[in-house]
Unconditional design. Sequence first.
Length: 541
Amino acid sequence: MLNGEPMYLKGDVVAEPLFAGWYVWPHLISPATCAMNVAGRHLKIMDSFIQAPQVHAAAVKNPKMMGGPFIDQPVTRVEEIKRLRDETAIRQAPLMQFASATRQLTALLQKEASGFSLNALYDKIPEPLRGYVELGYDLQNRPSYRFYEPLLYRSPYYDRGAQSLALHQADTDDRPFVLSTPRLPDSGTVPLDLPFASPVLDKLFRMRSEPGSYPEVREALQIPDAQESLFRSFFTPAEPAHRERYQGDGIRVRYLGHACLLVESRHVSIMSDPIVSYPHAGAVPRFTWDDLPPVIDYVVITHNHQDHVLVETLLQLRPFIRNVVVPRCGGGELQDPSLKLVLQALGFASVIELDELESIEVPGGRLTGVPFMGEHADLNIRAKLCHYASLEGRSVLFAADSSAVDPMVYKRVQEAIGNVDVLFLGMECDGAPLSWLYGPLLPEPVARDKDRSRRLAGSNYEQALQMVERFSPQEVYVYAMGQEPWLNHIMSLKYTEQSNPIVESNRLVKECETRGIRAERLFGMKEMIYGGGKLCQSMAS
């Protein structure tokens, strides 16, 4: 039956991208951050599990430990974790050497760079880093270094052979937290040992909406006989819903969860921070693959965190995306890897870097980069950008997790771009401490009180209200709160009505309504249609 008729990939087939058995987020693509995470996160967590699996088993059941460094695997699989740990130590030895050399270089600069010329230190750079770094001082005479990041992607430190995907069908939204739990083989999973940039993956994922030949895709993916029956079950002859461009007047905005918005006019489609959910029985209502247009003209990325650059979704959308717009990075800083290089490594042909107050023309309007403040634990990170979309006489600001830490910045921005019709703003205002995400990159631990003062936090009530007052929107939507159940594996958050982000966002919604501004905290899915009309205020030239 499968040999003769066209087939489709089922909408509920999950495709998890993996590096050396761990779920891939952007810091596992960039070679420098990958090395630091494998050495400073993966091996440490696996060692801890091997030594005390019962402690991990107890911790993952404790809601207060959510998001902690605890492996969510049965204690009966400790030997498999041990094998993975040993394989990683052998296979990823170059990354271990890179991570060690990076720490040695930091120590060298602290000891010997005293304000004099750094030329003599190049011969002392640890061998694994020779030819990949440039030394320098900042204006406060503090020594540092930067990577020639494009060279790292051409080095042994970028291991395409450790990249793979794991396919299985979704019957729940629950998955183990990606920063702490490696993926182990199981009877319901089909592994695909292919690098992420492989065009063969496009053949597979096109079959979500376009008919294809099952024998051809099986042969292209080299599915072994032992996996063929399971792999065959991922396909169906039933045609999915036909994907169509929006043909109405003005713009349509669809909220797909977290910070994912699909903004469409009859001329262009723009998606921010793509996260597309899989359907399954009894699920919270949501938009899925069937609700997307046949082509996404522009994907815009706000910042380089795992809940905003979801490699899992991006790889599956790659055949349908024409352009990806990313914020420009600082240029070789360890904590600020280039998103352009990450996306190119993922196989995207057209990646556009956008800077603050730069614009690109799109059919019926333009996209403008807007400064993104806060949410990065005070690290010097440039790869973050809000987006102002002016389309068909309407304006929308995707502010993501930015916050008005200095309200004067957004006063200046408003003077440059004018008011907006619709403001989308994240208010996950507690945020994890610095070390939770960036710990493996730090040369030494940060004191606990300092660590906890530097948060990965979005706007609180006062900061959000400053944004509202600056841009005078007619509608305000709180998003990027991490509450959709299909985000559990990348967010690991559980809020109650007493949780600070809920309390603060409730205050904002109420205050907006008091001022006659339509406001809502989004959850799951929503569609808004705005007819054509005059902008609140045109962007200044």
